[in-house]
Write a protein that binds this ligand. Structure first.
Ligand code: FAD
Ligand code: SF4
Length: 335
């Protein structure tokens, strides 16, 4: 079980100044190496002594992993760009506002100044039991403590749970799925570019991780195509407190309209499953329809089909229904 100690266990701190050096170090140190970005998730694990890596590879000195660049077809955001810089970047604010709003909704200003976008999409599950070191499925055991009649599962999954009912807690992830972003990875076998949708994995694929990252893999940047630049965007996050809190549920959408009919749309929710969910059946059902309350209502009902509540998280079903509705019609029209 987790015990709070005053200091972290000793490890070898490695601070490469180039991507090439980081990759060499990752290869040299093997699966025991821990990648450190802003540290907001990493230091929890290390301070609680729940993870005891032999070596920590700190990416903060690698300039090529920082900043937002224009590309021939959109923008590219370095994985080590802070959430504050993502939220404040003029191009992101002008053209991809849904991402600026999602980044701005993370935690507190102090955390956003330090936390990176790469770390935000790569963070681990926040389930109390898992974080406290209980030997559950996700930790390699054979039980889920949250999915029991008395389990603390208010924050947990309502969709696609399989043994583990933990959720992906990232605020930026659904915005990146909605924007059809591509994630650029450096792996021991070379570069891989994958759709945001495929970066995240559920327990059906791997119960021990939330992303496809394997030891030795680095997320280097996130590319956003111009496809949705300047579209109608919606982002909303519901949390217990309006600061410093993880989402109970969030939703992000990007949409184009023609004479108030929905021409194209991408919509994603997070904190309802172990991965952000793109709602393709909702997208298909609303395309070509007028952007009205009735369409939003239909979309909300469709979105929650198949949802299964646990003992204490039944509230997530109406919450998801309403957030999806608002993501279709816009917040003002439904209040
Ligand atoms: C009090 C508190 C409140 C929070 N509230 C929210 C919230 O409201 N919404 C939200 O979304 N998050 C929240 N978080 C989580 C936090 O925002 C994210 O954990 C943060 O963005 C992680 O980024 P980081 O740069 O600190 O990454 P780190 O903590 O350093 O890394 C996170 C994980 O990703 C891996 N990693 C990081 N970068 C890379 C890379 N480039 N390639 C491969 N692997 C990598 C690390 O090895 C580690 O496993 C909160 C955290 C705290 C402590
Ligand atoms: S929800 Fe997942 S992480 Fe939490 S106790 Fe169950 S198996 Fe472990």
């Amino acid at each position: 079980m987790a015990v709070i100690h005053d200091v972290m266990p000793a490890f070898l701190l490695l601070q490469p100044s180039s991507l090439a050096d980081a990759q060499k170090l990752l290869e040299r140190e093997g699966p025991d190496a821990w990648i450190l970005a802003g540290g907001l998730d990493s230091f929890d694990w290390l301070k609680d002594r729940m993870r005891k890596p032999k070596a920590v590879i700190d990416l903060s000195g690698i300039a090529e992993l920082k900043g937002v660049r224009s590309t021939a077809d959109g923008i590219e955001i370095g994985a080590m760009t802070t959430l504050t810089d993502v939220a404040n970047h003029p191009l992101i604010q002008q053209k991809y506002q849904v991402l600026a709003r999602a980044a701005e909704a993370v935690a507190s200003p102090q955390i956003r100044n330090q936390a990176t976008i790469g770390g935000n999409v790569s963070q681990d599950a926040r389930c109390w039991y898992y974080r406290a070191g209980w030997p559950c499925y996700r930790a390699g055991g054979n039980i889920c403590y949250a999915d029991t009649p008395d389990g603390r599962n208010r924050e947990h999954a309502i969709l696609h749970a399989e043994r583990c009912v933990a959720v992906n807690p990232s605020d930026t992830a659904p915005a990146l799925v909605a924007l059809d972003a591509q994630f650029v990875l450096q792996t021991p076998k070379g570069e891989r570019v994958i759709p945001a949708d495929e970066y995240f994995v559920g327990p059906d694929i791997d119960i021990t991780r939330l992303t496809i990252l394997r030891p030795g893999d680095l997320l280097t940047s996130i590319r956003i195509p111009s496809t949705w630049a300047g579209a109608h965007f919606y982002f909303e996050k519901i949390r217990d407190r309006q600061v410093w809190d993880f989402p109970l549920l969030n939703v992000a959408s990007a949409m184009t309209l023609s004479a108030n009919r929905i021409e194209r749309i991408r919509i994603a929710v997070n904190a309802v499953a172990a991965r952000p969910l793109r709602l393709t059946s909702v997208e298909q059902a609303v395309m070509g329809r007028p952007r009205t309350a009735a369409t939003g209502e239909m979309a909300g009902n469709l979105a929650v089909r198949g949802a299964v509540p646990l003992q204490f998280n039944g509230y997530k079903i109406p919450l998801m229904r309403n957030l999806v509705k608002r993501a279709i019609v816009g917040g003002q029209e439904t209040t």
